[in-house]
Design a protein. Structure first.
Length: 184
């Protein structure tokens, strides 16, 4: 039995002014409906979100990542102190996301045979929307656990594997902005 939950929430880590700046950037760049997994599969019943995958080789996109890299790194250091066997090579992908009313992502995991993701993170950029909580599911029964409502500037880390199925519950009012990323 684990003494510490591998789902770790870090509250109010990213400054509100920086969150507003990142919301503006996301509004400009997240104009394309994202698919599911590596496929360009756009099925609103599974995933309904506008997004932009940052190119980690592009100087402009890397500047966006660098705005939050210190905050992510500090949380990651704490996470690695709690889970001493965790070995990571680096960030594999970072996406800017905009969930408008009706936006959601049904129960899924972040790792599959084509994506060797080890650790997932979400940075929540705003409040004021209704719905949009992250909900984890019991991996044995498939039953939902208590949803987690993220606040402005919160970062949540969790394993990307089959033991941590999760969903973004439907947005019923306004717009949810976030940054998601994966480490391998």
């Amino acid at each position: 039995m684990l003494e510490v939950n591998p789902v770790q929430l870090y509250n109010n880590v990213v400054d509100e002014k920086l969150c507003l700046k990142l919301i503006n950037v996301t509004n400009l760049l997240a104009t394309k409906k994202l698919g599911v997994g590596q496929k360009d599969f756009k099925n609103k019943t599974q995933r309904n979100v506008f997004g932009y995958s940052l190119n980690l080789q592009d100087t402009h996109d890397l500047k966006i990542v660098n705005l939050v890299s210190t905050q992510i790194y500090n949380c990651l250091l704490d996470y690695k102190e709690k889970f001493v066997e965790l070995v990571l090579n680096g960030v594999s992908q970072v996406d800017l996301l905009k969930y408008e009313t009706g936006g959601k992502y049904v129960k899924h995991i972040d790792q599959d045979h084509s994506m060797n993701r080890i650790l997932s993170f979400i940075i929540n950029l705003n409040e004021g929307y209704t719905g949009g909580e992250i909900c984890f599911y019991n991996p044995q029964t498939g039953q939902p656990l208590e949803p987690i409502e993220l606040q402005t500037g919160d970062i949540i880390f969790f394993p990307s594997n089959f033991l941590y199925p999760h969903a973004i519950l439907p947005i019923t009012q306004k717009t949810r902005f976030s940054i998601v990323g994966w480490l391998n």
